[in-house]
Design a protein around this ligand. Structure first.
Ligand SMILES: Nc1nc2c(c(=O)[nH]1)N[C@H]1C(S)=C(S)[C@@H](COP(=O)(O)O)O[C@H]1N2
Ligand SMILES: [Mo]
Length: 408
């Protein structure tokens, strides 16, 4: 896979850029504009904000802690999401505004032979790896759930794709020497809860997953250092898995010799253990499991609800697709409400965990509307469901996306 790092992250470059992290977080001053999201219920209006450090125009979902959504246009322009438009989500609002890269340490401790407090310099001195991967919030597209569920009412922009450079978690764990009997690796970042009693945000991975050689501690994103709001100076990248595991401002790695029974694994981020994580509204008593691998999805990016198409015109249509924890096998388009399907053209393969561009050229009818549907099938043959899944947390939204474009 070709990879062009726009700027190599040397120790000097990373250390020299620390001052960028100094801007204020969580102060939305200017309200440049508003956007009405095509959600099924009100409120649909959101402010567009450029008041957050390292970010240009973002959809403001919440100010403190910051929840910023990527506008659809970013996904139409490139399969890689620019750092300054990459979505932002934090659980707790006490986020360091400056990370002192000289005194920063990454602690590795617990069930290991040689506990260590690594400097950024020694981490950057290790073997580097690179990978394109989508970071998608478990609650991406939650605002589309019907009946509506509590939580951030995201449209589809709580996701982004980047080229990540870092070191493997396995190499770092091997340095510390994992003792036999280890079962999980739990991580947290530098931010803290707003009140002492609240549980610090932490997530864990099974030991074999943590040591699979793909899970990465990234210090570079799309050729640059990480924006502070996306976890400067280090974050976990867990390819193919939902972003709740992608711990930002990573400062602590603890090897556990028993399963993680802390709040964020035992109580939060759990999905019904059912097909498509789907249950009936009101249903109770079903088993749950921690959310895990992502699944195939696809979207239109060049057209949106409300757009009109000229009668009889050939429409140059673009979108993106993802395979989840597998690559994109195929993307298909329907122009008759899902009765028949034709393969869309796929763009460059940037790797298993990346977005993939798709294009098609359907013709609009002479009157009525052009009824579009798009679906992705992964390389294992798994496809998207034709009706939307539902669960009370609004996790793992998935459905064959449809769009009715009236003929002008
Ligand atoms: N330290 C830390 N890491 C975190 C979180 C957090 O609250 N704190 N939230 C997680 C969740 S739920 C999401 S969706 C992603 C968001 O990543 P982004 O802000 O870089 O887009 O970060 C993950 N990593
Ligand atoms: Mo999330």
């Amino acid at each position: 896979m070709p990879f062009n790092a726009g700027r190599p992250t040397t120790r000097r470059a990373l250390l020299g850029q620390a001052g960028l992290a100094a801007a204020a977080i969580g102060v939305a001053k200017a309200r440049a504009a508003e956007i009405a999201l095509p959600l099924p219920s009100d409120p649909r209006d959101r402010a567009i904000t450029d008041a957050f450090p390292g970010k240009r125009a973002m959809i403001l979902q919440r100010t403190r802690p910051p929840l910023l959504e990527t506008p659809l246009s970013a996904f139409n322009e490139s399969v890689f999401t620019p750092n300054d438009q990459f979505f932002v989500r934090w659980h707790w609002a006490v986020i360091p505004q400056i990370v002192d890269v000289a005194s920063f340490r990454l602690n590795i401790h617990g069930h290991v032979e040689r506990p260590e407090a690594m400097t950024l310099g020694s981490l950057l001195g290790m073997r580097h790896v690179e990978l394109a991967a989508i970071n998608q919030c478990s609650g991406n597209s939650r605002g589309l759930f019907e009946p509506r569920v509590a939580g951030a009412q995201w449209l589809n922009g709580a996701m982004g794709n980047a080229k990540w450079v870092g070191v493997t978690l396995r190499d770092v764990l091997d340095r510390a020497g994992v003792k036999s009997g280890a079962v999980a690796v739990r991580t947290h970042g530098l931010e803290t809860p707003v009140v002492d009693e609240a549980p610090r945000f932490m997530k864990s991975l099974a030991i074999d997953h943590a040591r699979d050689g793909e899970v990465m501690i990234a210090f570079q994103m799309n050729g640059d250092q990480l924006p502070v709001l996306n976890g400067f100076p280090l974050r976990l990248v867990v390819p193919g898995w939902y972003s709740t595991y992608w711990v930002k401002m990573l400062s602590d790695i603890e090897v556990l010799d028993k399963p993680d029974d802390s709040f964020w694994t035992k109580n939060a981020y759990r999905i019904p253990d059912t097909p498509h994580a789907s249950v009936r509204p009101g249903e109770t008593g079903y088993p749950t499991v921690p959310i895990n691998r992502m699944v195939p999805r696809s979207w239109f990016t060049s057209v949106a609800p409300g757009d009109r198409v000229p009668a009889g015109a050939t429409l140059p249509l673009r979108g993106i697709a993802m395979g989840g924890d597998k690559g994109v096998g195929k993307v298909e388009l329907s122009t008759d409400g899902g009765a028949t399907w034709a393969a869309a053209k796929l763009g460059t393969d940037e790797g298993t965990y990346s977005f993939r561009r798709w294009t098609a050229e359907p013709s609009a009818p002479a009157s009525g509307s052009l009824r579009l549907a798009v679906r992705c099938t992964d390389t294992d043959g798994r496809s998207q469901p034709s009706s939307p899944n539902w669960n009370p947390n609004g996790f793992m939204r998935n459905v064959v996306e449809t769009l009715d474009l009236p003929v002008a």
